[in-house]
Design a binder for this molecule. Structure first.
Ligand code: WT7
Length: 638
């Protein structure tokens, strides 16, 4: 779809949507150009001004320290804790009794937490973690469904200065084991299971298997959610609710004073090689960056009910379900399950029921809901909605228009936000006052200069495709890859070292109005339903099956998922492929990495197109599958 989409994007460049008067009147930023100019002329001044809006235990000495490029540091000398800003400071105001979280489980159960109640639960769990010996700087792995305890566990870690590594609940055994191992986690927080389309996802069973593969876990704390019987090992396994009822779970816990540059979390994301990268974010810069982007882009107001319908297990959830909205004192909506369970009106029903004012979701979810037809959203009163958002992959104009017309009733601007796990928060995005072109993420956020360049760093002509670069540092940027600073340099900074630019790994073009159109990844990263997977990860899962000797995977357009994974497999000598083996290989990938990584098709082949140095030429496989020109084949040796 990517290619078609871009062609379409180009066709529709003339199509513009303007905000109505009430959006303009209420906007936190009324003049993008003016503030943008100021933020570029004095970037450090701009960020210092935003940082002042947070509470610091001690003010910073220096806004930006670029003495060890590309290892930039922000707000050095400053002391802060993100939890102090997300919870503690609100307790001193009337917000103490404001709803911080409205949560609905898939079966229909509801839980709400005021800021006061959230503080109580976070403090109690922080004390539980301390009693398990969790210390400042250590990494706790969290593997949970979308339940309040996931948010509570993340905040509890941050409160006592431990870092969290949240592994998405849709991942499976090998993916979890590998992440536990890389982080050397001693403590794992999980749940017995989660609900998905009326079925139980057996998280604890997967966790037990993963613990078996990675030797580091000493303590596993399990939230009881789905209630089925699970295996618990003496001295290693504890129930969350039992620990939370012990006297050690005192409701008072001091928030640790952290250096601005101290690690807040790592979050694993896929790259070009097999091993996922632990992207590292910090307390200071990340707090400032997520809060600022959220406040300006989604025009956050005291009375907003904010729903980011992502999973907290991905960066979208870290930044915009947990941290930014709480720092901004908003009321956060969180939902556990599938959008179409039990009926395709589930989301619309919840928007009406809770009076949600902002909905932020992915193109894949929009396409999925659009498929059921207009009657489902039309059945509900969605007039509480004020703004909409999209993230994860380029949104095709058809889905954009449906979202705008049918969900937003032509009243709600759509914030199509481009960013990455590594950027911490929005980078290219409209503001509510920005005239919109469906399919374009529009313009850079404050403090950012972006460009589309060739391999030498020359800007390509207007409208032409090239590589997207970010020209300077920003407070929310990843500081490194955990345990592998060389890889951080290599992946993001080496290509444009001379210029000091960050390579995003996306291709894009910029039109004559300066609007950015993202085309897609240029590396071996595949976006499936907006989720990021590496070809290498899926391939290594395939070859871990006893019958497989070699594998290659590519992405092909898919109507709902954006992209789907297609696998080409060479079997071990003497074996031949059949339907059963195809199904078994798909299941195997599902079990090792997770259901999202399951290949759409598995094709058995005798050979794979390779370069003389033995690298698989995935682009040749892709061209063949799509029936297009195979391009330059001079390095091919099949
Ligand atoms: C990649 C990063 C950042 C939250 C979720 C994804 C693609 C993201 C958009 C958008 C076009 C987008 C890019 C990017 N992407 N948002 N609005 N329009 N493409 O984070 O998993 O780190 O993936 O997602 O290709 O590089 P991620």
């Amino acid at each position: 779809m990517a290619a078609k989409l871009n062609a379409k994007g180009q066709e529709h460049q003339a199509e513009m949507y303007y905000p109505n008067q009430s959006i303009k009147d209420n906007a936190n930023v009324k003049d993008y150009d003016e503030l943008y100019k100021r933020s570029i002329e004095d970037r450090e001044g701009f960020w210092a001004e935003e940082a002042e809006k947070l509470d610091w235990f001690q003010k910073w000495d220096k806004v930006l320290d670029d003495s060890e490029k590309p290892f930039y540091k922000w707000f050095t000398g400053g002391k802060i804790n993100i939890v102090h800003n997300a919870i503690d400071r609100h307790l001193q105001t009337w917000r103490r009794n404001k709803l911080a979280l409205i949560w609905e489980g898939e079966p229909g159960d509801v839980a709400t937490y005021s800021y006061h109640a959230l503080d109580r639960e976070v403090s109690k769990f922080a004390n539980v973690l301390k009693s398990m010996g969790v210390r400042k700087g250590e990494i706790v792995t969290i593997y949970m469904p979308q339940v309040p305890e996931l948010m509570i566990a993340m905040l509890a870690c941050a409160k006592i200065g431990a870092a969290h590594s949240v592994v998405y609940g849709g991942f499976s055994v090998e993916a979890l084991a590998e992440r536990i191992q890389d982080a050397q986690s001693r403590v794992l927080v999980t749940a017995d299971g989660g609900w998905r389309r009326g079925k139980i996802v057996d998280l604890k069973k997967i966790a037990n298997e993963a613990i078996g593969r990675s030797a580091t876990i000493e303590v596993c704390i399990t939230v009881q959610r789905t209630g089925q019987e699970v295996y618990m090992e003496n001295d290693r396994d504890f129930w969350y609710h039992e620990l939370m009822n012990l006297p050690i779970a005192n409701a008072k816990c001091a928030t640790e004073e952290m250096d601005a540059e101290d690690m807040l979390f790592i979050l694993y994301t896929s790259g070009t090689t097999g091993r996922p990268k632990g992207v590292l974010h910090t307390h200071g810069g990340y707090s400032v960056y997520t809060a600022t982007t959220h406040r300006y882009v989604f025009d956050i107001k005291e009375e907003d009910r904010w729903w980011c319908a992502a999973d907290p297990g991905w960066i979208t959830g870290h930044s915009y379900i947990v941290y930014a909205p709480l720092i901004n004192g908003a009321t956060v909506m969180m939902y556990e399950g599938a959008p179409n369970h039990p009926y395709p009106n589930r989301w619309w029903q919840m928007i009406e029921k809770y009076g949600i004012s902002i909905l932020y979701t992915s193109p894949t979810a929009i396409r999925g809901l659009m498929r059921f037809g207009d009657q489902w959203p039309r059945r509900h009163d969605l007039s509480s909605l004020r703004l909409l958002g999209s993230v994860g992959e380029p949104i095709n104009p058809e889905a954009w228009r449906w979202y705008y017309k049918v969900v937003g009733n032509e009243r709600c601007p759509i914030m199509d936000t481009w960013w990455q796990t590594e950027t911490g928060g929005f980078v290219i995005t409209p503001l509510p006052v920005t005239p919109l072109k469906p399919g374009s993420a529009t313009k850079p956020f404050f403090g950012h200069e972006v460009a589309v360049v060739d391999d030498d760093g020359n800007e390509v002509k207007t409208g032409e495709e090239g590589k997207l670069v970010l020209k300077g540092p920003w407070p929310g940027m990843a500081r490194t890859i955990y345990g592998d600073p060389e890889r951080y340099k290599e992946v993001y900074w080496k290509d444009y070292e001379k210029q000091g630019w960050y390579k995003a790994g996306d291709s894009a073009r910029i039109d004559e109005d300066g609007y950015v159109w993202i085309i897609g990844r240029i590396d071996d990263v595949i976006k499936v339903s907006g989720y990021r997977l590496g070809t290498a990860e899926v391939e290594s899962a395939l070859v871990s099956h006893a019958d497989v000797s070699e594998a290659a995977t590519i992405a092909l357009p898919h109507e709902l998922k954006g992209n789907a994974i297609h696998a080409y497999v060479i079997l071990r000598a003497g074996l031949s492929g059949n339907k059963e083996l195809e199904a078994a290989l798909k299941d195997h990938v599902g079990k090792e990495i997770g259901p999202i990584a399951r290949p759409e098709t598995v094709t058995f082949v005798e050979s794979l197109p390779k370069t003389r140095s033995g690298k698989i030429m995935r682009r040749v496989l892709k061209a063949r599958a799509m029936g297009v020109d195979e391009g330059d084949l001079s390095t091919l040796e099949e």
